[in-house]
Ligand binder design. Structure first.
Ligand code: FAD
Length: 465
């Protein structure tokens, strides 16, 4: 724990009242959405300026205090968790949009800007910020950059990385670096901006981001299609991909749909029972596009790949169809799911899912497994639900044994143990299934350059030595 005198010094570095040590704040800011690790930070500090962030980092180096960057704390890998007496640095007071350039189509954001705030701002300018997912009402731009967040539109727009035109970062030594300055073209050596994207706060703090915007999509239209089995989803993806510019291609299982419908506030897409469902979205910018979508649907039915389907005819129907997918994560959180966020190249998905499903069913026949995910990107979310009668600790201990088997399969398929949620603490012991010892050594060497004293989010990505 930190000495009282050190904390008193920290208080002089930020605005009055912006160092919190009360129990409720320590509890709230010390954890993220994972809730596996009991929060135990020493203090929470809320800077208002870049200079204050630099002063906090210099103070932490002088006192050998670990810092945990904290965004909206919607992370699913315990990347923002402070469980060992760290000081949490939260960006609630650095949440302004600082500038917009219509010609460059860029927005300058402080790190605490909420993702939905950026989306709404883009809409006000007649433009579009395409990174989107169920937690965008709470997650922050700084956290999205820290995790290189993906979400539901990656098939068309890519990950957060694609939208970062420039970054200001404060490194683990307190230096301020201005990276790429919003340029489209910049062939002047290593692009350090990309090292900070997805670094999970282990190299330094994102203190400002210049984000790109795109043109607004026209007449977004969704279809939900029911398939007899998982294997049928892939030819459906292939058929639609060949005909339309898809903006999303998601999937969920019948078990996932059942959990959503049990809520009582989301209408069923149709009543034909199906094993799996695909949700796809495209811009129906002309009548021909909508006709093409219907013709492709009929082709899929004729081939036996699709049993039933529906296409949105209004904004309300579009929203209702999306709720079937977007409410899943939050709905099943009631059963404290054991989550995995794995990926392979799209062509390998059917065999990969079959192998993993077989392992999980063989070892845990009594647990309910809910599959869903961003299948158009080869990203599957495996969720094992906790039986009501079982304690959280016993359930997680028993599921931890699955990891090894699942990750051995991931390794065999040259996949990733974390497609978009990050490594944090939950996946750090398994990094070797996706990265070679040589790669991990390079990553550690890079960390040592930006954070020689190891004060930036220690214990995240890499297991403590
Ligand atoms: C219901 C639900 C659905 C989700 N769906 C998706 C999805 O589809 N796709 C997806 O990618 N994720 C998804 N997530 C996960 C999560 O929302 C994302 O990882 C998001 O990017 C986290 O942002 P945050 O602001 O909450 O970050 P936090 O959880 O606060 O932090 C995440 C990481 O970023 C670091 N960090 C935070 N701020 C900074 C900063 N200013 N500088 C440097 N590092 C920083 C933290 O230390 C931590 O390592 C979902 C989560 C929930 C709860």
């Amino acid at each position: 724990m930190i000495q009282r005198a050190s904390l008193d010094e920290l208080m002089t570095l930020v605005d009055p009242g912006k160092v919190l040590t009360d129990a409720a704040s320590l509890e709230a800011y010390g954890k993220d959405w994972t809730k596996h690790y009991p929060p135990a930070p020493s203090a929470i500090v809320l800077p208002r300026t870049v200079e204050q962030v630099q002063a906090i980092v210099r103070w932490a180096n002088a006192h050998k205090v670990a810092l945990v960057p904290s965004g909206g704390r919607t992370g699913l890998s315990a990347g923002a968790v402070a469980a060992k007496g760290e000081v949490v640095v939260a960006f609630d007071y650095m949440n302004q949009i600082l500038g917009f350039d219509a010609f460059d189509r860029t927005v300058v954001c402080q790190p605490g800007v909420i993702t939905r705030q950026l989306q709404a701002y883009a809409e006000e300018q007649g433009l579009y910020y395409p990174v989107d997912f169920a937690s965008s009402g709470s997650s922050q731009v700084g956290g999205n950059i820290g995790t290189n967040a993906g979400g539901i539109k990656v098939i068309r727009y890519g990950m957060t990385r694609n939208w970062v035109a420039g970054l200001k970062v404060v490194t683990g030594t307190g230096e301020l670096l201005e990276l790429n300055k919003g340029l489209v073209k910049n062939a002047t050596g290593y692009d350090l901006r990309h090292l900070f994207i997805g670094a999970e706060g282990t190299l330094g703090f994102v203190v400002e981001a210049t984000m790109r915007l795109d043109r607004a999509p026209r007449n977004l239209t969704a279809m939900v299609l029911g398939t007899p089995d998982f294997d049928s989803i892939m030819p459906v993806l292939h058929a639609f991909h060949g005909k339309l510019d898809l903006t999303a291609f998601e999937f969920f299982s019948d078990k996932g749909l059942a959990r959503i419908l049990a809520r009582g506030d989301v209408p069923a897409p149709f009543h034909t029972p199906c094993s799996f469902y695909a949700l796809l979205e495209f811009e129906a910018s002309t009548e021909q596009v909508a006709d093409e979508a219907l013709a492709t649907f009929e082709h899929c039915v004729a081939q036996g790949w699709v049993l039933d389907g529906v296409m949105s005819q209004s904004e309300t129907q579009l929203k209702n169809l999306w709720k079937l997918r977007e409410y899943l994560s939050e709905t099943i959180s009631h059963w404290t799911p054991y989550k995995n966020d794995i990926s392979v190249t799209v062509s390998k998905v059917p065999a990969f899912l079959r192998d993993i499903d077989a392992v999980v069913q063989a070892h845990y026949p009594d647990y309910e497994v809910v599959w869903y995910g961003h299948i158009g990107d080869g990203n599957l979310h495996l969720n094992i639900l906790k039986p009501e009668h079982m304690s959280k600790d016993a359930f997680f201990a028993s599921c931890a044994r699955v990891n090894k088997w699942v990750f051995e399969i991931v390794e065999r398929y040259n996949g990733s143990i974390s497609a978009e949620h990050g490594v944090g603490m939950t996946k750090r012991d398994y990094l070797g299934y996706s990265r070679s010892p040589e790669e991990i050594a390079c990553m550690k060497a890079i960390k040592a350059v930006f954070d020689p004293n190891g004060i930036m989010n220690p214990g995240k990505i890499f297991a403590p030595e």
